[in-house]
Design a protein around this ligand. Structure first.
Ligand SMILES: Nc1nc2c(ncn2[C@@H]2O[C@H](COP(=O)(O)OP(=O)(O)OP(=O)(O)O)[C@@H](O)[C@H]2O)c(=O)[nH]1
Ligand SMILES: [Mg+2]
Ligand SMILES: [Zn+2]
Length: 292
């Protein structure tokens, strides 16, 4: 029997799990009570006499990114994430509501957020003036936006630099180019990329979250594209925490339980009226608030 050693979960593989340890990929069977093991977990494992390996424990997680399954129960996507790279493109066209929900989820993890506008080559053809305004709002409130063309490989050096030694996950709609970006960052790996339909919709090419060790340092998790991303059971307070641009106005509303919707003397509404806070983001906040 070997000593206990730590490794990191690459992906689930049926009932088994692939882990990476000292540049090797090892297939393991988790102990039955560890069924909720997820991509990104740090684990201890041991090799058995028969040549197979068992995962014995999951080390404490710094965070877990989840999404509700079809019953609304939170399902783990990946764990121990430092940076959430939310990928959007001009085709499929961006859903700003979805981007907002991803940003809220990222703020609540907590983790750093990076917006990547991929397929920059399609902007002239597909980006509307309104879309460009919506995109600019994110920069105004302090989010970083990186412009890439995964097909050409442009913007990749900046993306690699932004990841550094972190554990990053690419998330977003199907077909925006998450796996294409992963393939550029990991030229040695065979990563499957899919076509988009004539309607612009992606085809759900990636089916499982998969962790890759980046050549120099850091980890990248490629995740399956979604049609929609909804938040797993958040409270109103959590939703407000998820809006980073609201923070400077905290405690300035008349009512300390202000929803920033209809109350008088609301610092957020005043800031929107004074053009200190971006209007499209605020309108979508009201929609998201109403949907809780
Ligand atoms: N025009 C253009 N097409 C791109 C660019 N990057 C990726 N694509 C194309 O977009 C399509 C979808 O790319 P994928 O990388 O499979 O997208 P994905 O986000 O991983 O999709 P899912 O795995 O379904 O979530 C492919 O046909 C890519 O070639 C780009 O910069 N410009
Ligand atoms: Mg993919
Ligand atoms: Zn308020």
């Amino acid at each position: 029997m070997n000593d206990l050693v730590t490794a990191r979960v690459i992906t689930r593989f049926g009932a088994d799990v692939l882990i990476t340890h000292a540049n090797q990929t090892i297939r393991c069977t988790p102990k039955r009570k560890l069924e909720h093991i997820a991509c990104g977990d740090y684990v201890t494992w041991e090799e058995n006499a028969q040549g197979n390996a068992t995962i014995t424990t999951i080390l404490p997680r710094t965070n877990v990114l989840t999404r509700p399954d079809f019953r609304g129960k939170p399902k783990n996507i990946a764990t121990n994430i430092d940076l959430v790279i939310i990928v959007v493109s001009w085709r499929p066209s961006p859903s700003w509501e979805m981007l907002d929900r991803y940003l809220v989820a990222t703020e609540l993890l907590p983790a750093q957020a990076l917006i990547v506008m991929n397929k920059a080559d399609l902007a002239d053809e597909y980006a509307s003036a309104d879309d460009l305004k919506c995109l600019a709002e994110y920069e105004h409130i302090g989010y970083s936006i990186l412009y890439t063309q995964a097909k050409e490989g442009s913007g990749i050096a900046a993306l690699r630099a932004a990841i550094g030694a972190k554990t990053a996950i690419v998330v977003g709609q199907s077909g925006v180019g998450k796996s294409s970006l992963a393939a550029q960052l990991l030229p040695e790996q065979e990563i499957r990329v899919g076509e988009i339909a004539d309607t612009g919709e992606g085809r759900h090419t990636t089916t499982n979250a998969m962790l890759y060790a980046l050549p120099e340092h850091g980890f990248l998790i490629d995740s399956p594209g979604v049609r929609d991303f909804s938040l797993s059971a958040v409270t109103r307070e959590q939703l407000q925490q998820g809006y980073s641009e609201f923070r400077p106005y905290q405690f300035q509303c008349r009512f300390n339980n202000c929803t920033h919707a209809h109350e008088p003397h609301c610092a957020i509404k005043q800031a929107v009226a004074a053009q200190q806070l971006p209007p499209h983001r605020y309108e979508r906040y009201l929609n998201l608030l109403a949907s809780l």
